[in-house]
Write a protein that binds this ligand. Structure first.
Ligand SMILES: NC(=O)c1ccc[n+]([C@@H]2O[C@H](COP(=O)([O-])OP(=O)(O)OC[C@H]3O[C@@H](n4cnc5c(N)ncnc54)[C@H](OP(=O)(O)O)[C@@H]3O)[C@@H](O)[C@H]2O)c1
Length: 264
C-alpha cells in the first residue's frame, strides 16, 4: 500500500491548505482520506472541501499516517501537546512552523518522528520550493517520505543553520516577487496600457523569464546582458534600476527576512 494512506492537517490557514492540496495533487484518494482540524470551523470546512476530505478534531487529524502541522509559531507548543498522545508509531509529523527547529519540536513532543519543512504557497500547484530537515530515518521511511513530498515541487534537504535563509528566499520570496510584479503593472499603466493589459502582460513576463532561466540554468546576469542591445530600451531601464539601488534593496530584503526568521 502507498504511504501515507491518510493525511491530517492541524491548522487550516493559507499554508496548511496549500500543503494539503499539493500533497494530494497526484493522489485524489488521499484527499478523501484526509482530516482537517482548526478551531475556526469555517477554516476547517474550507480546507476539507478543497480536497473532499472531512473536518475532525485535532485527535482525529493526529491519528493519520502523515500529519501536517501548520499553525503560527505562537500556537505550536499547544498544538504539539494536543497531537502528541494520538500520533501512531510509524506516523510522521511534517511541521511548516517557522522558526521551530528539530530540537525545539522534539522537546515539545518527545518521541515523535518529525520533519521540519520550509515551503512556500506554490506547493499547491506542485511548483513549490520546500526546504526539509529531519532526524535519522531508516531507508524505507526516507523513500516513502520522498515519494509523498514529490508532488509539492522541488525538495531541498538543508542543514538547519540555513533555514532562516531558506525561509526568506523560499517562504517570503513569492511576496517579494509579487511586489515587483505590481511595480511592472504600475509601470505598464503609466506607459499607456490598461490595468488589465498590464496585469496579464506582467504575469506572462514573469512566467516567461522563469522559463528562460530554467531552460539553461543560466546566470541571470547572462540573460540580462542578452536582452540589453546597444543603445536599446533594456539598458536604459536597467540603468534606472541600478541608480535606485534596486539590486541592493532586494538583497537587503532577503537578509532582513532571514534575520527575522532567526528571531522567531
Ligand atoms: N503563509 C506562508 O506563505 C508561509 C510560508 C512558509 C511557512 N509558513 C508557516 O506556516 C504556518 C502557518 O502559516 P499560515 O500563514 O497558514 O497561518 P494562519 O493563516 O494563521 O493559519 C494557521 C491556522 O491554524 C489555526 N490554529 C491555531 N492553533 C491551532 C491548534 N492548536 N490546532 C489546530 N489549529 C490551530 C489558526 O486558528 P486561529 O486563527 O484561531 O489561531 C489558523 O486558522 C506558520 O508557522 C508560518 O510561519 C507560512
Amino acid at each position: 500500500m502507498v504511504w501515507p494512506s491518510s493525511l491530517g492537517l492541524v491548522g487550516s490557514g493559507a499554508m496548511g491548505r496549500a500543503m494539503l492540496c499539493g500533497l494530494v495533487r497526484t493522489r485524489p484518494e488521499l484527499g478523501r482520506a484526509s482530516v482537517v482540524a482548526d478551531p475556526i470551523a469555517a477554516a476547517a470546512e474550507a480546507g476539507a472541501a478543497e480536497v473532499r476530505g472531512r473536518v475532525g478534531s485535532v485527535a482525529d487529524a493526529a491519528a493519520c499516517d502523515l500529519i501536517v502541522l501548520a499553525v503560527k509559531p505562537k500556537d505550536a507548543a499547544d498544538a504539539l501537546a494536543d497531537i502528541a498522545p494520538h500520533v501512531a508509531d510509524r506516523a510522521v509529523v511534517l511541521s511548516v512552523v517557522t522558526g521551530w527547529d528539530l530540537g525545539r519540536l522534539a522537546r515539545a513532543a518527545p518521541g515523535l518522528s518529525v520533519v521540519r519543512t520550509m515551503p512556500n504557497l506554490a506547493v499547491r500547484f506542485g511548483a513549490g520550493l520546500v526546504a526539509i530537515a529531519h532526524q535519522e530515518f531508516d531507508l524505507e521511511r526516507r523513500a516513502d517520505l520522498e515519494c509523498a513530498l514529490a508532488p509539492l515541487g522541488a525538495i531541498v534537504a538543508l542543514p538547519e543553520s540555513q533555514f532562516p535563509a531558506a525561509t526568506a528566499l523560499a517562504g517570503s520570496g513569492p511576496g517579494f516577487l509579487a511586489l515587483i510584479v505590481e511595480a511592472f503593472e504600475d509601470g505598464g499603466v503609466a506607459s499607456g496600457l490598461t490595468r488589465s493589459q498590464a496585469r496579464s502582460m506582467a504575469r506572462a513576463v514573469l512566467a516567461g523569464t522563469a522559463a528562460l532561466l530554467a531552460d539553461d540554468d543560466a546566470d541571470p546576469a547572462v540573460l540580462r546582458q542578452r536582452v540589453s542591445s546597444p543603445a536599446g530600451t533594456t539598458i536604459a531601464g536597467l540603468l534606472v534600476l541600478e541608480r535606485g539601488s534596486v539590486r541592493a534593496h532586494v538583497a537587503d530584503a532577503i537578509v532582513a527576512a532571514a534575520r527575522r526568521a532567526a528571531e522567531l
